[in-house]
Ligand binder design. Structure first.
Ligand SMILES: C[S@@+](CC[C@H](N)C(=O)[O-])C[C@H]1O[C@@H](n2cnc3c(N)ncnc32)[C@H](O)[C@@H]1O
Length: 303
């Protein structure tokens, strides 16, 4: 178990029964260390803003991940770092009423949004549990498909989380991840990075937000996953204005925590103003155009 772990508060969503041999047990949340606590706390606080997904970006990418993963009908699917349940809810209609979906996330406030998304008739039953991705409370080989969308880089020990994903997938089972590829969202990411440096902001995440394809492949392979396939795709988006770009950042758990913990009130205000000023330089009549770089990874647990 994690050092100085705190047990999460029991809640209707904190445990789920996915069948006789697959009882889910409540595991500890690893909140050891300031960085882990901050990431967890950050996501607890932004749930409403995050799930609003004004660009529809996460919904769209969830659909794309499933179309690459092709979960068979009747499959048992785990969505790790499910957030508002973008992947879990689409997976539940994809696999039909014979299947089962479990969504897990460290943040209970995210799970409260996820639960109602999986109610469509003919969909698979879905359950949600508060669980740390590095300490999954599932038996080995419990799932036909394990998905993890835009969450891997949030986990302090990514290697450990990937080993857990491989462990809970059944032999020959599929693992699919969506991640940010080099560039994250161009041209905005580079502009805001320079501004954050100006304000001396240090990232609180243990990992970079983006992965190079070779790095991601190496990570998956070192967790024992095989047949790794990578798909880099671009998604063009348009924020309505510079404030919407700021709001997007503020809906990403670790970002508001970083600003709050590292800047005094006056500097926070100045950062916000400078941010809008800088982003306004690329505004067009339509808004702020940008391109998100998504890197999907598909793999299998060896048989
Ligand atoms: C960017 S959101 C992605 C949510 C969702 N998968 C989607 O595609 O919209 C990242 C999610 O990872 C979760 N998370 C962060 N650290 C975690 C951990 N150690 N274990 C489980 N979930 C974690 C956050 O609470 C958040 O819901």
């Amino acid at each position: 178990m994690p050092r100085s772990a705190s047990i999460s508060i029991p809640d209707p969503f904190s445990s789920v029964d996915v069948g006789e041999e697959r009882k889910v047990i409540l595991t500890a949340i690893d909140d050891s260390g300031a960085a882990r606590r901050s990431v967890h706390q950050g996501w607890e606080e932004v749930a409403d803003a995050y799930v609003a997904d004004p660009l529809g970006l996460f919904e769209g990418c969830a659909g794309r991940l499933l179309s690459l993963l092709q979960p068979p009908s009747g499959a048992v699917v785990l969505d790790i770092g499910t957030g508002g349940g973008a992947v879990a809810s689409q997976a539940s209609s994809w696999i039909g009423s014979e299947g089962r979906v479990v969504g897990s996330d460290v943040a209970m406030s995210m799970l409260r949004h996820a639960k109602p998304t999986c109610a469509a008739p003919g969909s698979a039953a879905a359950g949600f549990c508060q669980m740390d991705a590095e300490w999954l409370g599932f038996a080995d080989g419990s799932f036909d498909v394990v998905a993890c969308a835009f969450s891997l880089f949030q986990f302090a020990d990514m290697g450990r989380a990937l080993v857990e994903m491989a462990r809970v997938a059944r032999p020959g089972g599929r693992v699919g991840l969506s991640n940010w590829g080099p560039g994250y969202f161009t041209p905005i990411a580079g502009m805001q990075r320079a501004l954050f440096r100006e304000f001396d902001l240090r990232p609180i995440l243990a990992n970079p937000i983006t992965f190079r394809p070779d790095e991601l492949r190496a990570l998956l392979e070192s967790a024992g996953l095989t047949q790794v396939q990578l798909e880099a795709e671009k998604v063009d988006e348009c924020f309505k204005d510079s404030q919407a770009v700021w709001d997007y950042n503020m809906s990403m758990g670790p970002f508001p925590m970083m600003v709050r913990d590292q800047l005094l009130e006056g500097d926070r205000q100045r950062l916000h103003e400078r941010f809008l000023e800088i982003i306004d330089t690329i505004a067009s009549q339509e808004g702020i155009r940008c391109t998100f770089h998504v890197l999907y990874a598909l793999a299998r647990r060896s048989s």
